[in-house]
Design a protein around this ligand. Structure first.
Ligand code: EPU
Length: 339
């Protein structure tokens, strides 16, 4: 039986910890709870809003309708053979716990995505990625439930339209489906992805020449802990902005003025530019503006230092976007979902 609360303070359910309320609120523990919520939403003519780990949202106003905190859990192996394993995780599982579980079993695919906050259900929403790996690389399919009809549908990888921090669930199907369970294809044997940034250097520093899967996961946890602030101690929502994909022509013109601007080619005509570099070069890294500011070790992470309001956060976001536009002629886009 779904317990629906009215005018609920949901600050503690988001990692940015901004003061926020939900008109109605309930915790989901099962598929039946969700079906009950769908019936309630129809009967009361109120929309549904799904909250996962709350690590990628900025709630700037009272959330209308019924906010559902997803705590539907469970992990099961659905198929196993000599090469691979199909594993299904329910969407309310914490992503980090699920990755640790796969690493403990020595199954390859998710190790580079260790210590990312949020839930399994939110992971395909924005095709989470880190250290050269994205979830689309080991994604098999997902079960989603239509928030209007309550009907279940399976989405394959191509159905999800995955791209850099994007999927169909953030675009065409935004707010239409509840992701119920995600199945991954994990490999028994695989080449470890060590080429991104400082992974290899960190392993060698610890005297590890032939790393195991567990070594890679542990190293990534060390690197992330050094760079990224713990949201429990310093409320934040991870990378606040997306990295930029710009044309090679535009990049070459910018490079004349900024010869040390980092970049990665992504195709013959496009390059990726780290938003962190633009924000740092524009002078925001480690700077505080009242209760908010950008982190001293990673300029892409916006911190709520002491009980900031959504307005204060949005003012800083506006200031950063304007300065970057003025200095480089480039538009930053938020990675965080602003509600
Ligand atoms: N950089 C700076 N200043 C900084 C930090 C970085 O100039 O303060 C430049 C450096 O040139 C560095 C480059 O940015 O080489 C890339 O930095 P980093 O490897 O730290 O990664 P990122 O591009 O800033 C992305 C993801 C992170 C993910 C890391 C590692 C996005 C928006 N962010 O950050 O994901 O952990 O790569 O793979 O793509 C998240 O999405 O919440 C997140 C933390």
């Amino acid at each position: 039986m779904l317990k629906i609360e009215k005018n609920k303070n949901i600050k503690a359910y988001t990692t940015l910890q901004l003061s926020a309320r939900a008109e109605f609120f309930a915790i989901l523990k099962s598929k039946e709870d969700l079906q009950e919520a769908i019936v309630w939403s129809k009967k009361n003519k109120k929309p549904l809003f799904i909250l996962g780990g709350g690590s990628n949202v900025l709630i700037s106003q009272t959330v209308k309708g019924l906010t559902l905190k997803n705590e539907i859990k469970g992990i099961k192996v659905v198929e196993k053979n000599k090469d691979y394993i199909l594993v299904e995780a329910k969407s309310g599982e914490l992503w980090g716990d699920f990755v640790d579980w796969s690493v403990r079993h020595n199954w390859h695919g998710l190790e580079n995505l260790s210590l990312i906050y949020g839930t399994v259900g939110a992971a395909p929403m924005q095709n989470i990625g880190a250290y050269g790996v994205e979830i689309k690389d080991s994604f098999y399919h997902l079960h989603a439930i239509d928030l209007k009809s309550g009907q279940e549908r399976i989405f394959s990888g191509p159905d999800c339209h995955f791209a850099y921090r994007e999927s169909i669930f953030k675009n065409k199907l935004k707010g239409k489906y509840f992701i119920y369970a995600v199945t991954f294809k994990l490999q028994k044997m695989a080449t470890l992805q060590l080429d991104y940034g400082a992974i290899r250097a960190h392993l060698l520093e610890r005297g590890i020449k032939k790393p195991s899967l567990k070594n890679v996961s542990a190293t990534i946890k060390i690197i992330r802990t050094e760079k990224l602030p713990n949201p429990v101690k310093m409320p934040n929502a991870g990378s606040f902005f997306k990295n930029l994909e710009i044309s090679t022509i535009k990049f070459k013109a910018l490079q004349k003025k900024y010869p040390d601007m980092p970049s990665w080619p992504i195709s013959k005509t496009k390059v990726k530019i780290p938003a962190a570099w633009l924000i740092e070069t524009a002078g925001f890294k480690g700077k505080k503006f009242g209760a908010v500011g950008m982190h001293k070790n990673q300029a892409l992470v916006l911190i709520n230092y002491r009980r900031a309001s959504a307005r204060q956060v949005l003012n800083l976001v506006k200031k950063i976007k304007q300065t970057v536009k003025k200095s480089f002629g480039l538009d930053l886009h938020e990675e965080v979902n602003i509600i």
